[in-house]
Structures are given as structure tokens and as C-alpha cells.
Design a protein around this ligand. Sequence first.
Ligand code: HEM
Length: 176
Amino acid sequence: MTLRALALVATHPDVRGRARREMAAAPAGGPPELPVLRASVLESTRLWPTTPLLLRESTADTSWVGGELAAGTSLLVPTWFLHRDDRRRADADRLDVDQWLDGSAAEDWMLTPFSGGHGACPGRELVLFVASTVLATLLEDHHAVLLPPESFDAEAQLPRGLNPYALRFGLSRAAA
Ligand code: HEM
């Protein structure tokens, strides 16, 4: 997840610039707030969810386009599909960190990278804090470039699958 987020930041100059500015503006002492990096991590979990299916059991009879389902029916919620549903999302295959900053992603029931309701992941805040801090520490004085073969750029449709173990980065010291 952190490596996929790094791939996003490395290939999107606008987000990289905003992340650098928030790092530079962070007050000394204490962990900095890093909303843009945090949103980049959340976007990586939207684009490439680490939990591809959520399992649930209905508690009431429900009506669907195809018919009725009785209470107690087991359901699979396919995050991989819902997060990238290009019939209802203009940003299905592109980076959109702002939806995590303006509250719209939080209101969108289709986006559940850390699940939701009673089953929501209790590790969410820890994960976001650690991942955004790791990225900030790396990017503070390094410039990262995503190397082929997994390479893509800001204009490209982001791949539907991205193997984090195949990602390769070139790192150079950032200009002071
Ligand atoms: C990339 C990082 C992570 C992601 C994307 C993630 C995602 C999720 C998701 C989607 C669920 C709910 C599955 C469902 O609703 O059926 C879940 C449950 C859970 N997660 Fe995470 N998780 C992450 C890391 C962590 C970490 C670091 C911890 C612990 C420190 C943690 C602890 C838990 C626990 C205990 C549950 C079960 C909650 C319950 O059933 O009441 N997770 N996680």
C-alpha cells in the first residue's frame, strides 16, 4: 500500500508538489499532519484495495433488481469493482486525492478500503499515520522516479492491478 502510494506520488507532479509544500509547512516537533500524503495513501487503497471482497450477512429481507433475498443471506461486496466502477465514477482510473480531502469519499458508500460500520478496520488510523510518515521521511530529501516495467504517468489510465513487489524506484537526492 505504501509502495503503491509512492508510485502515485512519484508519477503525479501536482500531488508531489502539494505533498512537498505540506511537509515544508509542517511545524517542528510532534508528528506533522500530512493530509495530501494521507489522501494519496487512501487513493492507493481505492485504486488497488488490499481487501478485494467484504463478507456480510443481511439482517432483513431485501429487494434487488433481480429479485428478493431473505434475511440471513450471505453477501460479497466487491471493492475491486465498486472502487473502479467507470459507469458511475469519472475518476475511476485516475488519481483523485481531493475526494479524500473534501469529504466526498467519506460520504460515498461505494468506497470501503477499510470497510465500514461495525466491521470497520480498527487499524485504519495507525496505517494512515505510519504510511504517510514513511512517505514524508523518504520524500523530504529524495526525489523518487517509478521505473519500468510497471511505469505509468499522470496522463495514463492507472492500471487495474499493480503488483507492489514488482515496483522499482530510482531515488536521487532532492535539491535543497
Ligand atoms: C493496508 C492496511 C489495512 C487495510 C487496507 C485494512 C483493511 C481492513 C478491512 C477492509 C477490514 C474489514 C473486513 C470486513 O469488513 O469484512 C479490516 C478488518 C480489521 N483490521 Fe484491518 N486493514 C489494514 C491494516 C490493519 C492493521 C495494521 C491492523 C492492526 C493494527 C488491522 C486490524 C484489523 C482488525 C482487528 C480487523 C477486524 C475488525 C472486526 O472484525 O471487528 N488492520 N481491515
